[in-house]
Design a protein around this ligand. Structure first.
Ligand code: ADP
Length: 464
């Protein structure tokens, strides 16, 4: 232990206690933490007391004994005041002043009047141990309240320091050391070592406490923002559902109201036809038959709309996809005949059937084909490739066009009700098609093909 030059050791620990709080203070200064200055000041005073202790015998006793003891207790007290402030329990300064005064007064009495080294040593040790114990307990309260790992380290460092100081009392009484602050017995060496560790751990721990808080606040702010965005998204969804519901109601009312005049038109056409027959006049026959057929068709469409809205009255039947594609081909008849659209169809060798409502299925194709025709408007030759194949239990029907495809921003919204990029668009085509596909136990998706155009893929469960 001779290698341990005690005044130097105390001086080094003292300097450490001076530097570390200053560094902490500089780092935390811009965060406006009220207890920062108290904590830093406490550390500085304690560091100063250690330097004074190291100067015993060289500097006047009033500095190295009385003042050193006063600072030794005042330093940890100020740190305790800082921690109490963080806990929301500010310290009464009168009490603090009283405790420090009594402590120094008793010390001075034992030193100057009683002249008892062992009593003076015991008193000084008890005071220091009690103040560190208090600091440790306050740090534990902070750790429990904030679940802070940094506060836990501060707590452990101070509690252990307090235990080591207490242990020195019986050790000195048992003759294993001298009743002085500076002795070179093994326990004192451990104590000095632990004082160094505490200087580092307590200051870094105090810093960590605030950085943990900052992180927590940032995390809470991010959580709050996420919740707000979620609420915003939800209210948008509700508004959209509301619009959908209103549109559904409007469509239902329209379908209901229009069926009456349509029936009347049908009957009037019938009467005109009968009158024409009675006059044996065939000149309007073709037009009247056309009128009949179209009125019937309009009435069919209306009853389909009502059935779709009321989600009943669907007529599911077994449909061969080869047949369905042939119907689409017929629908595009005019365009293909005039050579403005090249339709390519790839069908599976075996027949592939699905269970579906033919009217609703043709509604999907009408929507998708209409979009493809609009998208390929500027092309010298419009191309549409319809491909049908089977994958597991699902039939796949893809329609690929040679239009410009969908940019990312459009792709992420296409199929959402009311989303459209067209000045005259309703933004309902893909949305209704998706709903119909889902009602059939399948799905509908839109994306871009490798050649650049859009590709819509409809999947439906296969039936035997
Ligand atoms: P609408 O046709 O009334 O706009 P849709 O729901 O059918 O409503 O389509 C939504 C949007 O998806 C369209 O406005 C368009 O931007 C995009 N879209 C759909 N099909 C295609 C396609 N084949 N090529 C490029 N864009 C398409």
């Amino acid at each position: 232990m001779n290698a341990l030059h005690l005044p130097t050791a105390y001086f080094i620990v003292g300097i450490l206690y001076l530097c570390m709080p200053l560094a902490v203070w500089v780092v935390l200064r811009k965060h406006g933490i009220a207890s920062n200055t108290l904590w830093c000041l406490g550390g500085l005073l304690f560091g100063l007391s250690l330097i004074l202790l190291g100067m015993r015998g060289q500097w006047p006793n009033a500095l190295t004994y009385h003042l050193a003891m006063g600072l030794l207790i005042l330093g940890p007290m100020l740190r305790a005041a800082a921690l109490r402030r963080e806990l929301g329990r500010p310290l009464r300064w009168v009490w603090l002043g009283l405790v420090v005064t009594v402590y120094v007064a008793v010390f001075a009495y034992l030193h100057d009047v009683v002249h008892s080294d062992s009593w003076r040593f015991t008193w000084a040790s008890l005071g220091a141990a009690a103040s560190f114990l208090w600091l440790g307990l306050l740090a534990r309260d902070l750790q429990m309240r904030e679940k802070s790992v940094s506060a836990q380290w501060v707590c452990v460092a101070y509690l252990l320091l307090s235990v080591l100081i207490i242990l020195r009392i019986p050790s000195v009484m048992g003759g294993l050391g001298q009743p002085k602050a500076m002795t070179s017995d093994p326990l004192s060496a451990v104590l000095i070592f632990w004082a160094v560790v505490t200087a580092i751990v307590s200051n870094i721990g105090f810093l960590g406490l605030f950085f943990e808080r900052l992180n927590r606040h940032a995390f809470e702010a991010a959580q709050m923002q996420a919740r707000q965005e979620e609420a915003l998204g939800l209210s948008e969804q509700i508004a959209q559902l509301d619009r959908r519901r209103s549109m559904g109601e409007m469509a239902a009312t329209l379908a209901h109201e229009l069926s009456q005049p349509l029936t009347n038109i049908y009957l009037i056409t019938d009467r005109i036809e009968t009158a024409q027959q009675q006059r044996q006049d065939d000149s309007l026959k073709v037009y009247l038959q056309d009128l009949h057929r179209n009125t019937q068709k309009a009435s069919d469409i209306l009853s389909r709309i009502r059935a779709f809205i009321e989600a009943k009255g669907r007529r599911f039947e077994r449909l061969e996809l080869q047949r369905v594609v042939a119907d689409v081909n017929a629908m595009l008849g005019d365009l293909t005949h005039h050579g403005t659209l090249a339709l390519q169809v790839t069908l599976p060798p075996q027949s592939l059937a699905v269970q579906a409502d033919p009217v609703q299925l043709s509604q999907i194709f009408m929507n998708v084909v209409r979009n493809a025709i609009q998208a390929t408007q500027g092309q010298a030759l419009r191309q549409l490739h319809i491909r049908v194949w089977q994958e597991g239990a699902m039939a796949h029907i893809s329609l690929t066009d040679n239009g410009p495809g969908l940019p990312d921003a459009v792709l992420s919204h296409a199929g959402t009700a009311f989303f459209t990029t067209k000045s005259d668009g309703l933004g309902m085509g893909l949305s209704i098609s998706k709903t119909i596909a889902q009602q059939h136990g399948g799905s509908l998706s839109i994306g871009n093909s490798s050649t650049g155009g859009a590709v819509v893929e409809l999947k439906l469960p296969v039936v035997a």
